[in-house]
Design a protein around this ligand. Structure first.
Ligand code: SF4
Length: 377
């Protein structure tokens, strides 16, 4: 899949954004001009006729909306659909999620990546179960993991609050509509203000979804399909022939390389797994106890966490490309450690049959698959 195509399907990860309030906004909510009124009407009519049938659009309760929005951050729609359906089948409401063990939540999340989303979802469910589901964007933002975008999406889709959303798709549409040049990240405050100004307050949820859908299906990166766009008449980029040039591509950050040594200690067919605190890479997940290899040999690095490697050659290695990292896991056979490992909050020997129930990252699961022959049932 090309980078441009991937951008269509992927929601931007949330970052705290300043409140709207730019003086550049052309239409105010109190007195929308004819262009704003026309755009709202055309866009909603287009959305009513062309929106995709997605599972989270069939149920508009806050829990399902929230779950889908969290899963869609940084993840393609097609990938999210089966996860969303499995998750709802196992945890049909907030209470069921709040009552679940974190390990099971993480296990169902395996393959979606960004496990902090699952940890925050679980913590937020426990807070909601004690009180009630907040019904405003402001109240929702007090929950862990809900930034400005997700809070506004849940508040407008599920509760009809008149607050605008701004994700990657909406940013691109607005930047083109207003011919805002330069990388999107530099115009974030202006874009939030434009989104608020254009929002149709009579149908805020539908309007927000319509903007996102337009960005996903018509106003796509690279070659927008302007001939099919309900906003073509009011689009400044189209009028000036800049629709392909906006937004300017953002410079790609270099991925850091991370090499980790993983200890494989097996006794009676069971492999030693360990769990870190709930933060950072592999936080809260079960793993082959691992350590970054930086300025020391893998054997020395493993010794620093309490593992004695039996040789200098890895049994196997796994490569994974994450958003910000090129990760290499090297698996070394180790002796059974006598005491607690350094840097972990829990450790235990696990049989192959138990692995599916544990929250294990995709990278570690691949590593474990490579040493499966050492394990019993
Ligand atoms: S006219 Fe083209 S560039 Fe403008 S909003 Fe529509 S699809 Fe995007």
């Amino acid at each position: 899949m090309t980078r441009a195509k991937r951008q269509v399907l992927v929601r931007r990860r949330e970052a705290p954004a300043p409140l709207a309030g730019s003086s550049n906004v052309r239409d105010t909510q109190s007195k929308p001009g004819p262009s704003t009124r026309r755009m709202r009407k055309s866009l909603l009519a287009w959305f009513d006729a062309h929106q995709r049938d997605l599972p989270w659009r069939r149920r508009r309760d806050p829990y399902a909306v929230w779950l889908s929005e969290v899963m869609l951050q940084q993840t393609q729609v097609a990938t999210v659909v089966p996860y969303f359906e499995r998750f709802l089948a196992r945890f049909p409401d907030v209470q069921a999620l709040a009552d679940a063990e974190l390990a099971e939540v993480l296990s169902l999340w395996r393959g979606l990546g960004y496990y902090s989303r699952a940890r925050n979802l679980h913590r937020a469910a426990q807070l909601i179960a004690k009180r009630a589901f907040p019904s405003t964007a402001q109240g929702l933002r007090e929950l862990p993991g809900l930034g400005r975008y997700t809070a506004a999406a849940v508040a407008s889709f599920a509760f009809g609050e008149a607050v605008a959303v701004l994700d990657g798709n909406v940013s691109r549409v607005l930047a083109r509509l207003r011919a805002i040049e330069g990388p999107l990240g530099l115009s974030e405050a202006r874009l939030w203000a434009e989104a608020e100004a254009l929002l149709d307050r009579s149908r805020p949820g539908a309007f927000n979804e319509a903007m996102m859908e337009l960005g996903a299906l018509v106003c796509v990166p690279g070659e927008p399909r302007c001939g099919k766009c309900p906003l073509e008449k009011d689009c400044a980029a189209r009028a000036s022939g800049l629709e392909r040039a906006i937004p300017a591509p953002k410079p790609r950050p270099e991925r850091k390389r991370l090499r980790m040594a993983c200890g494989v200690a097996v006794t009676r067919g069971r492999v030693l797994l360990a769990r870190r605190e709930e933060k950072g890479l592999f936080g809260g997940l079960w793993e082959l106890p691992s350590v970054a290899v930086e300025g020391a040999s893998p054997r020395e690095s493993l010794a620093a966490i309490g593992l004695r490697a039996t040789g200098d050659e890895p049994l196997a290695s796994v490569r994974r490309t994450l958003t910000h990292r090129e990760l290499t896991l090297e698996l070394y056979r180790c002796r059974t450690p006598r005491g607690a490992l350094v840097g972990f909050i829990e450790q235990r020997f696990v049989a192959r049959s138990e692995l599916a129930q544990l929250g294990i990252s995709t990278a570690m699961a691949k590593g474990l698959a490579q040493v499966e022959s050492l394990l019993g049932g």
